[in-house]
Design a protein around this ligand. Structure first.
Ligand SMILES: [Zn+2]
Length: 424
């Protein structure tokens, strides 16, 4: 069958979706991997797939997308990009945060199969998520690339420290505004303050380490999906190599000796490569995940630990790692994509539904609510905005800097000194 995999962050999801595509083609399917946001609609109307694989649908754009695909007869498979949470940690969250993890948007009517990581979170989804959805447990997707035996770099270079940041809310760009929190929620503000102060501490600590150890050690920095490199490039010493936003962690990690993170799955990825790691200024709300590496709060402590770490030897907390496998990730054996492909194949095999896909994505105004500032027809005194997501045009009063696209609901920001608009 003809399968389209639609992927989100290049640095996190694309590498996994490519592995999944490889496994699906072993079952005899024709598979393409495209960007969900920028190429999703064209992929459907040009390639006319029988099946699409998408990340967890959140936000109006993605919901509308799968709803239309379903109505044209396309089978919809969801592959969860994140592991979710163990039951003990999940129960400690308030209702709003629980819903955010389960999915704020009801995708149940459109999804044929959902692929998850571990059993425990799958049970939580079955008990409290959108139901009935057929689900299959596959294992730790994000860790599959670490089982591809690619050689690591020459050992005779300077000790290299990777700073993997984790503060996207400090850029105030909740990615594609899909969390769907109520406007009165204090959650965003809380997270913003946490990320802002952690980023300030990191910038200060990195510059101090470069000052004192720059002659002996090399420094690299990689941002988290959804985070920008701008502030780091402006404030950090030029001795720090800042990786481009899209750099996949499984590639960046292979060339470093020590990892500093702020409470991230990267600690487990580093462990699989025998790299010691430290959690500096933790921002991860999951109490289990935050304890995988030694937790460090001050610059002095960081300097002490980093200068005494042994490259080539993991320092993971084995008990926590075991707990993580049992309660969160599921199996870590490099075969999550292989299992996922098998489940997809079983789901779609022999179920060829004749699809009826139009040649052009229907042009319709879906979510137009801002009647004072946005106009669908050309209006005098207004500027034309072209949505970089769905490529439709609309007209906006000149003093407005930010709008929701009335066609696809993406939040679009006016680009400075340019006519075109950009995705926020
Ligand atoms: Zn749009």
């Amino acid at each position: 069958m003809n399968i389209s995999i639609l992927t989100l962050a290049r640095q996190r999801d694309k590498i996994i979706d490519d592995l999944l595509a490889e496994e699906l083609s072993k079952h005899g399917h024709t598979v393409t991997v495209r960007n969900f946001i920028n190429a999703g609609r064209e992929t459907i109307t040009y390639e006319k797939p029988d099946v699409v694989v998408v990340p967890m649908p959140g936000g109006q754009y993605k919901l509308d997308f799968i709803k239309k695909c379903k109505s044209w007869g396309i089978q919809i498979i969801v592959r969860r990009g994140e592991a979710g949470m163990g039951i003990d940690q999940f129960d400690k969250l308030d209702g709003e945060r629980q819903t955010m993890i389960l999915g704020n948007w009801n995708y149940q009517p459109y999804v044929d199969l959902e692929l998850t990581w571990g059993q425990e979170f799958t049970t939580i989804l079955a008990d409290r998520g959108w139901n009935p959805v057929k689900r299959r447990v596959c294992g730790a997707f994000a860790l599959d690339p670490y089982f591809k035996h690619e050689s690591r770099i020459a050992p005779d270079r300077r000790k290299t420290i990777l700073f993997a940041t984790g503060f996207p809310t400090a850029d105030c760009k909740a990615e594609y505004c899909e969390c769907g929190l109520p406007e009165t929620s204090s959650y965003h503000e809380e997270i913003y303050d946490l990320h802002r102060s952690a980023r300030d501490k990191w910038i200060d600590a990195i510059n101090r380490l470069v000052k004192w150890f720059g002659h002996d050690w090399a420094f690299e920095l990689k941002v988290r999906p959804g985070e920008l490199t701008k502030e780091y490039l402006e404030t950090l010493s030029s001795a720090v190599k800042v990786h481009p936003v899209q750099a996949p962690s499984s590639e960046v990690l292979r060339d470093v000796d020590i990892l500093i993170h702020s409470g991230s799955t990267l600690a487990v990825e580093a462990h699989l490569l025998d790299i010691p790691s430290f959690n500096f200024c933790n921002v991860n709300p999951d109490p289990l995940l935050s304890k995988v590496s030694p937790v460090i709060e001050s610059y002095e402590e960081l300097e002490f630990n980093v200068s005494r770490a042994t490259p080539g030897r993991s320092n993971i907390n084995e008990d926590v790692f075991h707990e993580l496998k049992t309660h969160l990730y599921g199996v870590i054996d490099g075969k999550a994509c292989e299992r996922a492909a098998k489940h997809i194949h079983e789901q779609i095999n022999g179920k060829l539904v004749r699809t009826k896909i139009p040649n052009v994505w229907p042009k319709e105004v879906l979510y137009h609510e801002d009647k004072e500032n946005i106009f669908i027809e050309e209006t005098e005194g207004c500027m034309r905005w072209d949505c970089p997501c769905c490529r439709e045009s609309y007209y906006v009063k000149p003093e407005i800097d930010e709008t929701k696209c009335p066609y696809c609901s993406m939040v679009i920001k006016k680009a400075k000194n340019k006519k075109e608009s950009v995705l926020k």
